[in-house]
Design a protein around this ligand. Sequence first.
Ligand code: GLU
Length: 294
Amino acid sequence: MNAPIVTRFAPSPNGPLHLGHAYAAIVAHDRAMQAGGRFLLRIEDIDGARSRAELADEFRADLAWLGLSFEEVPAQSTRIASYREAANNLRAMGLLYPCRCTRAEVAAAATLHGPDGPIYPGTCLRNPPLSAADPVWRLDVEQAAELAGPLTWFDERRGPQSARPQVLGDVVIWRRDAPASYHLAATVDDAEDGVTVVTRGVDLFAATHVHRLLQVLLGLPEPRWHHHPLLIGPDGRKLAKRRGAPSLADRRRAGEDGRALAEALRAASIDTAPFAMGRFDAGISLSDSLNLSA
Ligand code: GLU
């Protein structure tokens, strides 16, 4: 018998959810339910400075309003010990190095740009900082990739992939403030939670190359991935709260029917074919009836 499908929706409580999040949650929920599996909610509150505890309750209410039942797993803020252990393992393997460059310094020194911005030019790898007080720890991705050897992974919409973990450069693994990076925390959590299909937006496609490498280095199981298209607002850009996408909580409080909204999102989705080749990066433009702008 095949292992049961386990998916998760993993919002960060640093702002209210909008339609793009609703769509991400529906994709994850339906992927699991259609296979008789489990759908998890994980609150990604690793960034204590930006996280607002009260939003987690809003997220739970939003999912219930959309008609999505879920099992909740522990929030990231309760799992720091696991992240620390994983980071220590990578460090013991000699794959992390301290870096004291500021964002501005990285931006000024970078000659390459990746999908998430400037690629770290390796300044502190070549010239270790004299004072290592309070550094961030970066992955020496070349060395790590060499150790791991050639890697593949599988995306349910795009098919088999050769991992290119260098695509984001020497990513940060451990920070001063957060403390684990998104890459480390999400990789450790998905393994701990037994997630078998990682569903998320195509904007995180590049990150998966890095996550696959981290899984192999840390001896974690390999899930499949399902990178879904993004919802596009009336301005032709990805929906975002800062560009005025109305929140689910506002719509809920205004008395809108959440289940009907979820149905409309399903109907609008082109995300039906398992291999939507060619249309992979196309976003989903929604009709005005979904009232995208505030
Ligand atoms: N916490 C991330 C976000 O809100 C989710 C990333 C993921 O699904 O891996 O964008």
